[in-house]
Design a protein around this ligand. Sequence first.
Ligand code: PEP
Ligand code: MG
Length: 585
Amino acid sequence: MINQMLTVRGIGASPGIVIGQVHLLGRQEWQIPRRSIEPDQIEEELDRFDLAIQASLQQIQSTLDRLGQAGDEGILIIESHRMMLQDEMLVERTHDLIKNSLLGAEDALDQTLATLSQAFSQLTVRYFRERVADLRSVGNLVMRNLLGQIESPLHLVPPGSIVVAHELSAPQAAELTLKQIKALVTEVGGITCHTAIMARAMEIPAVVGVTGICMVATNGQQLAVDGRLGQVILNPDQETCRHLHQQRDRQIAELAKLTSRSQQAAVTRDGVTIRVEGNIEYLEEIENLRSRGGTGIGLFRTEYLLLSGSAINDENSQVELYRQVLQRSAPHRATLRTLDMGRDKTLEGVRLDTAAENPALGLRGIRLSLLETQTFKLQLRALLRASTHGKMRLIIPFVTSLKEVREAKTLLAQVKEELRRENHPFDESIPFGIMIEIPSAAITADILAAEVDFFSIGTNDLVQYTLGVDRNNQMVASLYQELHPAVLRTLRQVVQAAVQAEIEVAICGEMAGEPQNIPLLLGCGLTCLSMNPISIPQVKETIRLCNMVDCKRFFDELLRCETTSEITARVRDYHRALLATGAGD
Ligand code: PEP
Ligand code: MG
């Protein structure tokens, strides 16, 4: 176990500073399959175990690369983990149990770990006794690779803890963010992964992409999390804690100051009013949205409401949920997106191909809805029936072609006809929009614009698919560049198509919640921005410093830049200069 202070860097996913105790989502919550095998399965089980060891060795190597500057102790510990993984005590014993006791690989590993832990803890030399924790870390790693994924009962997580996990599925992250936890730290993920989105939504500090943290942290250890800097500090000393507490107080005061002004409209210096809305996943967030100064919901991701419970198949329950969304956001409008399942968002009863080699390119969003028409139509019926309770807009995700838009509209028309026959009232003029988040939709935006009432640009996916960079993979996080020249050109193309067709275009990707990006987004012609509510006060403040005419000129300059780094530098400098102009306000 590491006793000294150790700082590990990751990706800042949700701002805020907290210090608390680690709760590792690890082995203790796994279901280890207890099974005997047939003699002809021995080879297969030995192979599975050896592959898990190989994968673990590779992960350790990448941790060592990452910990390059983290201090000697961390490196020594991880080196010792590597040696343990290659030690015949661990490997040979497990092989032996598979071959001679005909145990499944997980069971054999578990028994080996139990025997070795007991032997280590009885040794008189303290150094060896302390190696039990390391053995457990190494065992967890191999077990995780053997099991393929972690499915942990989350009710064991103590309130007030800092949850440290390798990876969280969307339902896990959803459940955790609704619990009273202090912070989330994961080994994998990027700035727009769903753990990050949910942590921001619930205003819980989070750092993702902290490679190796599950190997060095243990339950109950003190951990400091700085979600803005993207840094975690294991065993912070007194001086560090004092400094972090000061920083935290400063950040809270700054947010409170901005929030106090956030109910005022977002009007640029030259008088253009910008609509600032929120991206919402849960009913509970709507109050936050209001207090942070959001005027309506620009994107309601309905899949999160339906992730648990049986509402997915129950029209009346869905009507009630959507009614609440509209009533809580009144008098403002709410844009509700139909189910966007797939990849890390899975739902019982909905067909998914998460086992596909490339799920991000598989059955997702509207593709899935057009196959599972019963689920889709049930949701459309519920949405329409709730539409009389406020100002609803409908939007569909993951559109790639005109055919999909037309098919979705045909189903919508059928549902409307059914409801009329059944005398269910609904808003006859409900606006119908599409997410522009796939390059094919962006490139054909002029064609699609003729078919819909509005666009909302989802840059989280648009960047991923334009650049071919997984938004959830921390190994390519530096290549996930929202300011890539290709992204800016795509934005301009979509906005121009919408302007030409005289339909509204908004942006709802995480890009809109970054204050530095505001001048370029306004300059591109976007006057409707939707973001995580916590970003709203700062974004509104930035808008008030902008001048639309200057922003347009600035955006044109950016379009002439050839590299992301040039654009990034200009965007940063422009924002700095803007803040300087408002320093006296
Ligand atoms: C997006 O892709 O930008 C978006 C807003 O949708 P999601 O993050 O839910 O994929
Ligand atoms: Mg998306």
